[in-house]
Design a protein around this ligand. Structure first.
Ligand SMILES: NC(=O)c1ccc[n+]([C@@H]2O[C@H](COP(=O)([O-])OP(=O)(O)OC[C@H]3O[C@@H](n4cnc5c(N)ncnc54)[C@H](O)[C@@H]3O)[C@@H](O)[C@H]2O)c1
Ligand SMILES: [Zn+2]
Length: 350
């Protein structure tokens, strides 16, 4: 088992190991004491893993209750969030009790926001069960729910007290959902760690899962350490995401986030080189690792269609938009460009 310590406004460990679910109750009791626990999960993860978690909590002497919602982004809503709050109240969860998010980024983000706001904040444990939530959403304390007007428009920065990542749970992930997480893994290499990127060229992510998750969590930790509330550096994590987000919207979210980010990374690297924003010509190297991990690399939409929606990106401020540009493999920087130059950039990336 590996432990990565996060030391920001809260200090807490991220435990990464095989089979941790079996004794998550003991781990939680040891770190947080014996309190009641409300487990928040979706229907798919419920069937696969909730019994194991509930039993482990009860065996450790905790009172455990469970709230299950239908899987999928549609549930990440104010309505389900409100149901969670009522559930916590009905089950007499107090400030010293805890909320446990069990599942991918959706239980993680929505449970985290409920934990942040119920009684002005209760203890919060993340048990990620997707690769994306293991390497990305469970680290760093961003919580959110969606509004009809857009994704993640309501939320809070709220760090968990503990993250338990049992990567054995990834064995049951459909291949495409595992691949989605691979996009974020590859992103860490491009933006922060050339050696790690080289490792991904020659090694399989699944076969090296403990090392891969641990390295990604360390890299995200390094960013969050310096920029907990996304005032600057943390923006590098958005590499490939501005174009990726435009692809997701154009596909009406038929193209998954990971697939869209994979295409977005190749386009951003190609566009940045072709428009002279960087001397680094990385698109081919990035494309190769993406293809190896069963993700798409070509964009089915026109530059104009992408441009039309990229102007509403959250990263826009006034008439400029911030792009994350690779300076060389393992190092990215944020650069502001006028919104109208975005069309040239996207065209160059296609
Ligand atoms: N907070 C952050 O910093 C941050 C970062 C990135 C993404 N996100 C958010 O994360 C969400 C996406 O995360 P996700 O892809 O994990 O979504 P998710 O939680 O919907 O999980 C994807 C699917 O996998 C299923 N699943 C989960 N674990 C499984 C397992 N072990 N075996 C089989 N099936 C399993 C789920 O039921 C779901 O259908 C988005 O809402 C996004 O906005 C947040
Ligand atoms: Zn992402």
């Amino acid at each position: 088992m590996n432990t990565v310590m996060i030391e920001v406004s809260k200090t807490y460990p991220i435990l990464i190991g095989a089979g941790l679910l079996n004794n998550c109750g003991e781990i939680i009791k040891d770190k947080l004491g014996v309190h009641a626990a409300a487990v928040i999960t979706d229907d798919i993860v419920d069937k696969l893993y909730a019994d194991k978690v509930m039993k482990s909590l009860e065996d450790a002497g905790l009172r455990a209750v469970k709230f299950v919602f239908p899987h999928g982004e549609e549930s990440k809503s104010i309505a389900v969030y409100a149901e969670i709050l009522s559930f916590l109240a009905e089950h007499h969860i107090t400030r010293t009790d805890m909320l446990i998010s069990l599942g991918g980024g959706i239980p993680g983000d929505m449970g985290g926001f409920a934990a942040a706001t119920f009684l002005r904040g209760i203890r919060f444990v993340q048990i990620p069960t997707t690769l994306l939530s293991a390497v990305d959403s469970s680290v760093g304390g961003k919580t959110a729910v969606n509004l009809p007007a857009g994704k993640n428009l309501v939320g809070a920065f709220y760090q968990p007290d503990l993250v338990i990542c049992d990567y054995k749970t990834l064995d049951t992930l459909p291949e495409s959902i595992f691949a989605d997480g691979c996009a974020e893994v590859i992103k860490y290499g491009v933006i922060m760690d050339a050696d790690f990127f080289d490792f991904l060229k020659t090694h399989d992510i699944k076969d090296n899962i403990e090392k891969v998750i641990t390295r990604c969590v360390e890299l995200k930790r390094d960013v969050v350490d310096q920029d907990e509330k996304e005032m600057g550096l943390r923006a590098i994590l958005n590499f490939g995401h501005t174009i990726g987000h435009a692809i997701e919207i154009n596909s009406h979210f038929e193209i998954s986030h990971g697939s869209a980010v994979a295409i977005g990374m190749v386009m951003a690297a190609k566009g940045a080189y072709a428009t002279g924003m960087t001397d680094a010509d990385l698109a081919d190297a990035i494309r190769e690792v993406i293809v190896k991990n069963k993700l798409p690399v070509s964009c089915p939409f026109t530059a104009e269609a992408l441009y039309a929606v990229s102007c509403s990106d959250k990263k826009r401020s006034g008439d400029t938009i911030k792009l994350i540009i690779p300076e060389k493999m393992g190092k990215c920087v944020g650069k502001r460009i006028p919104v109208e130059d975005m069309l040239t950039f996207i065209k160059a990336g296609l």
